[in-house]
Design a protein around this ligand. Structure first.
Ligand SMILES: [Zn+2]
Length: 110
């Protein structure tokens, strides 16, 4: 059976296998992705919110070396992707503010 998913405007991300009817889901709901897209590791996951750790490298001209910077972002987990566990690599995308501290949503599991 074919399941209907929205075109979220990003080519190389595979849609989830399961469906849901949540409003805050980028594939089956109304939320749109705009802004940053990151790939990171899930540190903690409970109550539909995942804490995702992101690593990036910043070049320092004075020392001619790269510095590693780490940030942790809270991301909403829709019902169709609720099989993620701490330690998984996920892709998250920026959306409208979904709650006071959450403005990212999990797009897929790597
Ligand atoms: Zn969904």
């Amino acid at each position: 059976m074919m399941t209907y998913v929205k075109n979220i405007g990003i080519e190389d991300i595979a849609p989830p296998e399961r469906t849901c009817n949540e409003e805050k889901c980028p594939w089956h709901g109304k939320v749109r992705i705009h802004g940053f897209i990151f790939e990171g590791k899930v540190l903690k996951y409970s109550r539909k919110i995942a804490k995702v750790e992101i690593e990036r490298y910043v070049y320092l001209t004075k020392y001619e070396r790269y510095e590693k910077r780490i940030s942790r972002i809270l991301a909403y987990v829709p019902e169709c992707l609720s099989n993620i566990k701490p330690g998984d690599n996920v892709i998250i995308g920026e959306t409208r503010p979904l709650s006071k501290t959450v403005h990212f949503v999990v797009l897929s599991k790597k």
